[in-house]
Design a protein around this ligand. Sequence first.
Ligand code: HEM
Length: 304
Amino acid sequence: QIKNQQATPAQMVDALHQAFGKHHARAVHTKGIILEGEFVPDPQAATITRAVHLQKESSQVIVRFSDFAGVPDIADNSGLANPRGFAIKFKMKDGRTTDIVGHSFNGFPTPNSDQFRDLMLAVAASGKEKSKPNTLDKYLDSHPAAKTFLTTQKIPASFASVAYFGVNAFKFTNAKGESVFTRYQFIPVNGEKTLSKAAYDKAGPTYMLNDIKKRVANSPVIFKMYAQVAEKGDVIDDPSVAWPASRKLVLLGTIKITKLSSNTVQEDKGLFFIPNNVPGGITPADPMIDIRSQAYPISVGERQ
Ligand code: HEM
């Protein structure tokens, strides 16, 4: 449960700058690549939501894959490159858009945004400290979810071969007015493939970008998009706790990524995703969603 959400969105963005540096680019997930494709909804989706892009008609999508840290030239094979990000903008048939911003870890390091700022400040402080244990070591010792997040990331072979998670819960409401709480999952149809630590060390600083460019030139990159449905008692407002893997997954549709986008400086600056940009039939259920949605525009403004 939420204890003390006291950090303002501006303070949160500032904490990201303290941890990673300030560079007039995205405060976090700075290095990335934009691609385009199509989303085809599955008939099951309409049983749990009346959202317009999850009915019968397909939508064009713009997606951005990214490395985690707020470092523009981060090496794809560095420790801080995980989790990878996957952001999706659906162009719905009514002319509006809706966004989903997920990453390659089923969970979050902290239960709320206030504590996320504390964690970023601990990362920032430890960068300047010489003696061990440093501020971050001490923080992680008393915050097991953050320690798990920072020490158990998967090492993906490709942006196309890792699962992504929406992490924060939304409420879905169908045409009959029935509601369920859900979290998104994006599963690569060709399965997950990871690298050993030794292979990662040798993979090179642009291996993820090189791979996705080559891959999409040869064949579409496909993900199945699911809603994981909560059961009574599952925690809705704490993204550090994953729901059990046994929870029902409702297939929402298929994302087929077919080509690289222009990836010009203008395109990258003009592209942003806002987690609470959702149509009727979907409502933010975890308070972190609205707080994120106030922090992202601050970073968007700074990077113009
Ligand atoms: C309180 C929690 C969080 C804060 C304060 C925060 C903050 C931010 C900020 C400031 C940006 C840069 C926005 C821009 O310049 O466009 C960003 C981007 C991003 N965040 Fe978060 N975030 C939070 C939680 C999350 C969570 C839970 C996830 C994953 C489920 C996530 C995944 C991402 C990704 C993938 C991007 C890059 C989006 C893109 O490609 O443009 N963030 N975040």
